[in-house]
Design a protein around this ligand. Sequence first.
Ligand SMILES: [Zn+2]
Length: 268
Amino acid sequence: MPRKYRYGEMTWPEIREAATRPCVAVVPIATLEDHGPHLPVDTDLMLCTSVCELAASRAPDRVVLVPAINHGYSPHHLDFPGALTIGPHTLIEYGLDVCKSLAHHGFERILIVNGHGSNTPFADIIARECVVHTGALAAAVNYWAAPGVRDAAEALRESQAVGGMNHACEFETSLYLALRPELVDMTKAVAELSHRPSKNYWTDLIAGDGPLAMMEHWSRLSRSGVMGDPTKASAEKGRVLLDAAADGIVELVDELLARQIPPRADHH
Ligand SMILES: [Zn+2]
C-alpha cells in the first residue's frame, strides 16, 4: 500500500509513526471571499489546498498533509456577499492551537502554507508563536511566494507588470482553470486595475508590494471584486503555475528537514 500522507486518513498509530520519522506537517490556511463575478468564493482555499495536495503527493514519505484551516481574515471583503471572516485573534489562536497539537504529537517541523494575502501576518505570527511555545520548528509561506513561482509567473505574464496579478486575476484564474474549469465563467471575467497605485503604494502577488502596507475596504478598491486582469488567464498557464508551486513547497519541506534544531542555551 502506498504511504498515506493525508493526516485525516491516518489512524492514531500511523500518526504516531509518522511523527517519529523525518517529515514536515504541512498546514494549509486560506479563506472564503468574493473573487469577482467569474470565480467561486472558495478560490483561495481551492488553490492553496490543491498546491499542498500536489506537493504532498510528490513527497509522500516526508510530508503529512493536515486538513486546511478554511477560514481566515477577510473583514475588508464584507461589502461583497460571500466573505466569511474570523477575527485576527481567533485566527492566531486557532492556527496556533492546531500547530501546538501537532507539536504535542511529536511533529518537530511544521510548514504553514497560506493561500490568502491578508492572512500573511497572522500565518507569520502563528509560526513564531509555535516556535516560542513548543519545541517545534515552524515556518510560514504564501504558496505564490514559494521558490520558482515568481519566475514561472513572470515568464507567463501578459497582464500589467504591477497590478495585473492581484486578486481573481491572471494568476488565480489560471490556477482555477487548471483545476476546475467548469466552475470558472470566463464570459464574466473583467479586467479591473482600479486600486489607485501611488508613489509608495502598489500591490501585486508576483511583482510584490510597495513599502506602504495598507489594506482598504475592498469596495473602495474594486467594483467587480477583481484586482488584476483575469482575461489573460488560461488553464495552460495554470498548470505551469501549479507545477511550480508544488515543486516550490517540496523544496521548502526539504530545506526545513535539513535544518538542525540545536538545543537552547539559557544564559541567565
Ligand atoms: Zn484570492
